[in-house]
Design a protein around this ligand. Structure first.
Ligand code: ADP
Ligand code: MG
Length: 258
């Protein structure tokens, strides 16, 4: 064990031309920790997640990640093969739109198995067995293994995305609004499932959400963003029950009033 952070964001800044996506964001994330990034639409949440996950180049600042071998790397300095391997094995990324997070034209089993193949697994029977185990874990019936995600409900697709991302035993999973657009009861089931997996697997998660109830249920710590900047950060209960910043207070009270 180590008390070094798993990931450190330092002064992360992204400009889109004149427009500011996010500005000067810094925080540490530890192993097994769930961090929620909250804020209204346009506050820079998805931009920040894209920078953390190495999907967008930063205008300034850096992301330091402690690799499995213990060496801390600036993710911008990774070679293309290193970057790809990290994204396919040690990291997961669950997208709001399942069509971006899944391959819709291949079976559920292949969606889960694909990342195992990226790790070098070649035995078909083993891959299928692992895929079945993961379908069980995310509560998708085994007899759906050969069906395509196009035949799945929205909730099932999100659960399949989770299986696809977790099958390689990642240490860090990014989630961008994984429950929005789903019916409330479907959301609750998905959140329950994620909470159980986090507890079982000791995953670190960075989850973007505009829904403070999601942050309350899942996260240990919260980062509140406004216009690309962090206005408050702290333990989830503390930020939601006793926000210090005027904007956080507004955000929390508008939810309470709703
Ligand atoms: P959120 O996820 O909190 O809704 P975003 O990160 O998507 O916020 O957006 C933050 C700001 O950056 C917004 O003003 C948005 O219009 C702008 N932005 C996001 N993506 C782009 C892009 N590809 N090109 C130009 N501006 C963008
Ligand atoms: Mg967004």
């Amino acid at each position: 064990m180590t008390d070094e952070p798993l990931l450190r964001a330092r002064g992360l800044t992204k400009h889109y031309g004149e427009r500011i996506g996010c500005a000067d964001v810094s925080f540490d994330l530890y192993e097994g920790e769930v961090l929620a990034i909250v804020g209204e639409s346009g506050s820079g949440k998805s931009t920040l997640l894209g920078l953390l996950a190495n999907e967008l180049p930063a205008t300034a600042g850096e992301v330091l990640y402690r690799m499995r071998d213990g060496i801390v790397r600036d993710i911008a300095s990774l070679s293309e093969p290193e970057r790809r391997l990290l994204a396919r094995t040690d990291w997961g990324y669950v997208r709001q739109d399942s069509r971006e997070g899944l391959r819709m034209r291949v079976s559920a089993g292949a969606n889960v198995g694909e990342r195992l193949m990226a790790l070098g697994e070649r035995r078909y029977a083993g891959i299928r067995e692992t895929a079945l185990t993961w379908l069980d874990r995310v509560e998708i019936a085994r007899n759906r293994i050969d069906d395509r995600p196009t035949d799945f409900s929205g909730g099932m697709r999100q659960r399949l995305q989770i299986a696809r991302n977790l099958v390689t035993n990642p240490r860090l999973v990014f989630m961008d609004e994984p429950t929005s657009g789903l019916d409330v009861s479907v959301q609750a089931r998905l959140l329950d499932l994620v909470r159980g997996l986090v507890a079982d697997l000791g995953l670190a998660i960075v989850i973007v959400t505009h829904d403070l109830a999601v942050a309350r249920l899942l996260s240990h710590r919260i980062v509140v963003m406004r216009r690309g900047r962090v206005v408050e950060t702290g333990l989830t209960d503390q930020v939601l029950d006793d926000p210090r910043d005027a904007y956080s207070q507004l955000l929390v009270s508008s939810v309470l009033a709703a």
